[in-house]
Design a protein around this ligand. Structure first.
Ligand code: UD1
Ligand code: CA
Length: 481
């Protein structure tokens, strides 16, 4: 690897008018990460030693994003938008520090890879003083055309200045440029604004270098790598390319995807070996899935950690702070937020587990809700190891269910349940015989019969009573109703 130092200058002062957005263009996201962050990750991946980011006059949020990704990044403000060379010179103080190589990258080119950045920079290391990244455009309109003579690049002609013959050239400027550090300022300071747009074109660096008997070269890359985002349609195009790349990389690393074209990953999604992702799963930022886990169809995950061999969905939602233990099972329409689910624990159909813990091997019945919010504050629910929560129960936080405790279906639990106890907090069933108009008289009102045919304790009491409570806990629960 080269020992030469390299300064990356990322241009992000553009207004992005065509996005029709209140948000700066480079802060729009592809695969859950801003355009600028994608570029800066590539810069980091290419091992560039210093990084300058040029932002517009209202670019504080852009500068903050740059520092969030590369804490050492220096930010510079381009007060007036007077062209790409003018923008590069806003970072003059960084250039004057004297890096061996300088690479200029547009902040709205999120698909650029570290390998291509290294290749562009490497071209300077060998012979040339200016290197430009070109591509064969399916439709060259709007791009600068690369005018070559053998292997040398002699000029870049912007669309507005190009002759009819030059406009037929399909070898176009992708916008990235590498410059030999020692002559960079010399070249940049000679660029003027005598052109159709009255802008300082960075692309003029090529003819100026040629006039200084310095060599310029063009490298070639694929069109999608230099796709610049100017519109929402291009944003969606970049998303599609990025998704293909991320899915391909995941499958290469040992993930099974039944229908990768329906899955959305984030740039930072981490999937272990032999993970299976069924169709139509969406991964927001910050998800880790350990080996052998299965994410069933139509699930949505964000900021979640899925343990080894766990099963999620179909139709599950994991929100930030969901942490699932090994071999746990989160069923359909279950939502988990800021809650830790123990090893082998299960949560069934339509449960909501927000703010709390579920011990290993516990079973959360269908429709169970952790009532975590009292209108003002969030409170925690703790379910002990091996506990069983009957379906359709509401656990009103703060509340603790002890190890191996049992909560009867349909309970509203407001008080802690001790280890091994049974808690029932619900109205008793009343059965009124012959109640319906015109009902045939059967003679007696009967207690509800839960298991017809099962032997019940002698039913001798009055109507509207049920089988005798069997445990201390359930007797106690009578006072709770
Ligand atoms: C530029 C190239 C063109 C190339 C195309 C590739 C020039 C003169 N032209 O044209 O040859 O084919 O990119 O997409 O370089 N910016 C600033 N400040 C400015 C002007 C621009 O920061 O004053 C930034 C923008 O935010 C953007 C980048 O520079 O990230 C490119 O600017 P843009 O105006 O989009 O250049 P193009 O006309 O597309
Ligand atoms: Ca552009």
């Amino acid at each position: 690897m080269s020992k030469r130092t390299c300064l990356a200058i990322v241009l992000a002062a553009g207004e992005g008018t065509r996005m029709r957005s209140a948000r700066p263009k480079v802060l729009h996201a592809v695969a859950g990460r801003s355009l600028l962050a994608h570029v800066l990750h590539a810069v980091r991946g290419a091992g560039m030693s210093a990084c300058a980011v040029v932002v517009g006059p209202d670019g504080e949020s852009v500068a903050a994003e740059a520092r969030a990704v590369v804490p050492r990044a220096e930010t510079f403000v381009q007060r007036e938008r007077r062209g790409t060379a003018h923008a590069v010179l806003a970072a003059r103080a960084a250039i004057e520090k004297g890096a061996d190589d300088i690479v200029v990258i547009f902040g709205d080119t999120p698909l650029i890879t570290p390998d291509t950045l290294k290749r562009l920079r490497g071209a300077i290391d060998h012979h040339a003083s200016v290197a430009v990244l070109g591509f064969r455009a399916a439709n060259p309109t709007g791009y600068g055309r690369l005018i070559t003579n053998g292997h040398r690049l002699v000029a870049i002609r912007e669309e507005k200045e190009a002759s009819d013959i030059e406009r037929r050239i399909d070898f176009c400027n992708g916008g990235l440029m590498a410059l030999r550090g020692e002559c960079a300022l010399d070249i940049l300071d000679r660029i003027d604004d005598v052109n159709a747009k009255r802008e300082f074109y960075l692309t003029d660096a090529v003819t100026i270098a040629d006039g200084m008997a310095l060599e310029a070269v063009a490298l070639e890359t694929s069109e999608d790598e230099v796709l610049g985002i100017n519109t929402r349609a291009q944003l969606a195009e970049a998303e599609a390319v990025m998704q293909q790349r991320l899915c391909a990389a995941a499958m290469d690393a040992g993930v099974t995807m039944v229908a990768p074209e329906t899955v959305f990953l984030s740039a930072d999604t981490r999937l272990g070996r032999d993970v299976t992702i069924e169709p139509h799963v969406v991964f927001g930022p910050g998800v880790v899935v350990e080996d052998d886990a299965v994410i069933h169809a139509f699930s949505h995950l964000e900021g979640a950690h899925v343990g080894k061999g766990a099963s999620v969905g179909p139709y599950a939602r994991l929100r930030p702070g969901a942490k699932l233990g090994a071999k746990s099972r989160i069923g359909n329409f279950v939502e988990v937020k800021a809650a830790e689910i123990g090893e082998g624990a299960k949560a069934n159909h339509l449960a909501y587990l927000g703010d709390g813990t579920v011990g290993a091997g516990a079973n959360i019945g269908a429709g169970t809700i952790f009532c975590n919010y009292d209108g003002k504050n969030k409170h925690r629910t703790e379910v002990g190891k091996g506990a069983f929560i009957g379906s359709n129960s509401a656990l009103v936080a703060p509340v603790k269910i002890g190890e191996n405790a049992y909560v009867g279906s349909g309970s509203v639990i407001t008080d802690d349940v001790p280890k091994g106890a049974l808690a029932i907090g619900r109205g008793r069933q009343v059965v009124k015989a012959d109640w319906a108009p015109g009902a045939k008289k059967t003679g007696t009102n009967k207690p509800a019969e839960k298991n017809p045919g099962a032997k019940r304790p002698a039913a001798k009491k009055k109507a509207a009573t049920k089988a005798k409570p069997k445990t201390a806990a359930s007797r106690k629960s009578k006072t709770n109703r």
